[in-house]
Design a protein. Structure first.
Length: 170
């Protein structure tokens, strides 16, 4: 039996997704609050009117923390079997047919290579989801992650099978 026809469920997202999604932000939020507290306390001691130019790097750091928290919460856990893609945010899981995948793309600029999947229908999280594929420590950054081509092939195979079952020639 080929890998595409296999009914075995395989997880495509990284096992570090839970840490990046929950543990990291849980540590960053108190750290950002503490940095803001220290900055305001030092500013009050110096009797400096807000906004102080010395606070700009701290505010940029807090903005980066906020972006990190937002980015981590959009990550999903993704698994596939022979016919479906399973998407989970750790509280609920949705199964969609592989033929619902419209596009698969990645961000090669980041070492994590976050993968974005676009669907032809709404999910509880919108028409696109993002996940972090399994890490490749010794791969070059500009090389595409193999999970991207795998998902594209699975989606193409599922769409071709659906067209064949409908009697439509490809």
């Amino acid at each position: 039996m080929s890998e595409i026809d296999s009914g075995e469920r395989r997880t495509l997202s990284s096992s570090q997704t839970f840490f990046v999604k929950f543990i990291g932000p849980a540590l960053l939020v108190p750290a950002a609050a503490y940095v803001l507290f220290l900055t305001l306390r030092i500013g009050a001691r110096l009797q400096v009117v807000f906004p102080n130019p010395m606070m700009l790097p701290w505010l940029a750091l807090i903005g980066a923390f906020g972006f990190n928290i937002w980015w981590s919460f959009v990550l999903k856990r993704v698994a596939v079997d022979g016919n479906s893609i399973y998407i989970s945010d750790y509280s609920r899981e949705v199964a969609l047919p592989l033929s619902a995948i419209v596009d698969v793309r990645e961000n090669r600029w980041l070492k994590l290579h976050p993968v974005t999947i676009e669907f032809d229908r709404d999910t509880p999280w919108g028409t696109t989801i993002r996940f972090m594929p399994k890490l490749r420590f010794f791969a070059l950054n500009w090389m595409s992650h193999p999970v991207v081509s795998e998902l594209r092939e699975l989606a193409d195979y599922a769409r071709a099978g659906r067209r064949a079952s409908l009697g439509i020639e490809t």
